[in-house]
Structure formats: structure tokens, C-alpha cells
Design a binder for this molecule. Structure first.
Ligand code: A2P
Length: 332
């Protein structure tokens, strides 16, 4: 049996990837409903070689649907959750709206697939930085418990949506042409620049993105003993996040063992050539399903601690791929 699948935010950076991932993974789609704002109604997008017309999202959009993949922001997710669930349609939500809600599973299928099966109508897709980090952290944590992680992230424009990706291109062109450019999506000039993450600042001095990484990881791992602190930074890269993770374990985990664990970890590829000083870069990883790791080394400044370099496509494993995998676990 196939499914009637709705994509909410179909014209967005993640929405377009939802379609490609469904097609590539041969998800059994009988009918596809593409939903966006009124602005995009009437435009067409291709799925399996056929044009599909985008329609305006309304509360009736989910009639007869089995699955809705949402990526239109937290406000839309909150507004349409009830209509979606009442229609008997599983909501897999890429926004932050319900991630920390009790009873809503927050799932990375390589880590906690069992949670996806316990959904009550909604599965939350974790924050992109969290997913990418956990693909590397979980296999190590299962072998040797992690006490603390210090993360520095290098985050791409795609995390802020399609308009931010366009702003990166346009501002780079303007910079090279010596023309003035006023940013309207991101808060600061992006070309040849970087800035601490643009998510909301909190009273504790962290930004939301940094606290998402800390809190969501604990929920997904079901382990409050794992403490994470981070500094999240937006860098002028289009669609792939990189993360430098300093990982302290309760006892020593050797570099060799860490490589061995990550080489066989699902969804992970080790890419490096020490002799050539060559490690995974966003240009290697954009468009790839797997999260790439390398540069594993002993932290010389502290016992029981490793440094690991992790790179993942924000739009794929960080968003669309993970969401479709959640739907696969729940429905197939
Ligand atoms: P639209 O293209 O019609 O504005 P991104 O994450 O790349 O910024 O994309 C956001 C997605 O959310 C787009 O598909 C956008 O559609 C959609 N969206 C934004 N506002 C609404 C809305 N009010 N109703 C439905 N979809 C919306």
C-alpha cells in the first residue's frame, strides 16, 4: 500500500529536499500534496518527473493524507498541528515547535528509532546541529559514556532557509563587485564574514541554537548525565554544517577504538588523509546522506578526552533525510 503524503513548506530549502529524498529512497508515495503560502500557490515542482502544482496550506489540506512533512517554521507547525493530527495524518515536524514537549518523540533513527514508533500523531525532527553531532557522539557514548562535550560549530546558510542561501550568493556577488549590500534575512553582512548564530539570545548568555544542542541531545539519548556546551557560528557556506567536538568520557576511549566504532557506525563515513592534511569539508559532504568524521585525536590538555571533526549536510541528514527516515520507521 502506498501513502498520500503532504509537504508543508514545499517551496522552501528543506521542502525541495523532502521531495528528492522521498523519490531517491523510493518511499511508497501514491499521491503527493505540495503546500506552501498563498504566494507560491499555482507554481509547479517536479516529483518523479511529473509536475505537481503547489497549493495554499489550509486547515483542510490534510484530508486523506497519511503523512505530512512540515518545514515552514514553528509558527505554521503550531497553527496546523491539530488539523493535521485530527485528519489522522502523521506529522513529522522539522521545526522547533514540539521538540521538547513531553510525549512528542524527538528522533534520530540511528540513535532512538524505538521512540518513533511511540508517537501520538507527531514526531519532532531534531535541530540540524544536534542530529549531525549525535551521529558521531552516540556510537562513542554507547561504548564509553560521555561526560561532557564542548562544541564549536560552523553552520551554513541553509539552516536559515532558502532566502538566506540567496542572500549569501547575492551579498558575495555585491562584495566582489564593490557594491553596497544591505542584509535583509540575516542580521549581519555574510559575505567573507562570520558571526555567532542568529537565533534568539537567551538570559543565560547562550543563543537558542546552543541550548537546543544541549537539551535535545539529552532527550534523544535519554541520558541527562551528558552535559554539552557550545558556541554556534554562522559561516559563509551554502548547505553543510561542520562541528569541532571536544568529548570527555568517564574513562579513556582510545583514538583507535573511536575510529573503529565510527567506521562501522550507521550513517557515518570516516574521510581523512593525515599525510595530505585532508579532512571532510562542506564541499565533500554537500548532497551526501552520511555524516563525515575524522581528525580524531587525544586532547593533550585533559585526560579521557578526544577531539573529533564532524561534517553533515544540513538539508539532508540535518533535516529532510532524517525526517523521511523517521516516517519510514513509524509507517513502513
Ligand atoms: P512560500 O515559498 O510560499 O513562502 P525556507 O525554510 O526555505 O525559508 O522555506 C519556508 C517554507 O515555508 C516555504 O515553502 C514557504 O512558502 C513556507 N511558508 C512560509 N509561510 C507560510 C504560510 N503562511 N503558509 C504556508 N507555508 C508557508
Amino acid at each position: 500500500m502506498g501513502f498520500k503524503v503532504a509537504i508543508v513548506g514545499a517551496t522552501g530549502a528543506v521542502g525541495v529536499e523532502f521531495m528528492k529524498v522521498l523519490e531517491r529512497r523510493n518511499f511508497p508515495v501514491d499521491e503527493l500534496v505540495l503546500l506552501a503560502s498563498k504566494r507560491s500557490a499555482g507554481t509547479t515542482l517536479d516529483f518523479k518527473g511529473q509536475p505537481h502544482t503547489v497549493t495554499e496550506l489550509t486547515h483542510d489540506s490534510f484530508a486523506g493524507c497519511h503523512l505530512a512533512l512540515f518545514s515552514a517554521g514553528a509558527k505554521i507547525s503550531r497553527e496546523y498541528r491539530e488539523s493535521c493530527v485530527k485528519a489522522g495524518c502523521l506529522m513529522v515536524d522539522n521545526s522547533s515547535a514540539f521538540r521538547m514537549e513531553e510525549g512528542v518523540p524527538l528522533v534520530v533513527p540511528e540513535v532512538n528509532p524505538q521512540d518513533a514508533k511511540r508517537h501520538k500523531g507527531v514526531i519532532a525532527n531534531p535541530n540540524c546541529t544536534t542530529i549531525i553531532a549525535l551521529l558521531a557522539l552516540n556510537p562513542l557514548h554507547q561504548a564509553m559514556p560521555i561526560r561532557r562535550v564542548v562544541a564549536a560549530t560552523y553552520q551554513a546558510a541553509s539552516g536559515a532557509g532558502h532566502a538566506a542561501m540567496e542572500e549569501l550568493k547575492d551579498s558575495t556577488r555585491a562584495y566582489l563587485d564593490g557594491k553596497p549590500f544591505t542584509p535583509h534575512v540575516l542580521p549581519h553582512p555574510y559575505a567573507f564574514n562570520l558571526f555567532p548564530h542568529n537565533s534568539a539570545m537567551l538570559d543565560n548568555g547562550y543563543c537558542e541554537e546552543e541550548m537546543k544542542l544541549a537539551k535535545e541531545s539529552v532527550k534523544i539519548l535519554h541520558d541527562p548525565s551528558v552535559r554539552i556546551t557550545g558556541t554556534c557560528v554562522r559561516v559563509p557556506v551554502l548547505r553543510t554544517h561542520a562541528e569541532a567536538l571536544n568529548i570527555e568520557f568517564v574513562r579513556e576511549l582510545s583514538v583507535e577504538k573511536a575510529y573503529e566504532l565510527l567506521r562501522k557506525a550507521p550513517g557515518v563515513t570516516v574521510l581523512e588523509d593525515r599525510a595530505k592534511n585532508r579532512w571532510a569539508m562542506p564541499t565533500d559532504v554537500a548532497g551526501q546522506d552520511n555524516v563525515f568524521v575524522g581528525r580524531i585525536r587525544k586532547d593533550h590538555s585533559q585526560p579521557n578526552t578526544l577531539d573529533v571533526w564532524v561534517v553533515g549536510d544540513q538539508l539532508l541528514k540535518g533535516a529532510a533525510l532524517n525526517a523521511v527516515q523517521c516516517a519510514e520507521v513509524a509507517l513502513l
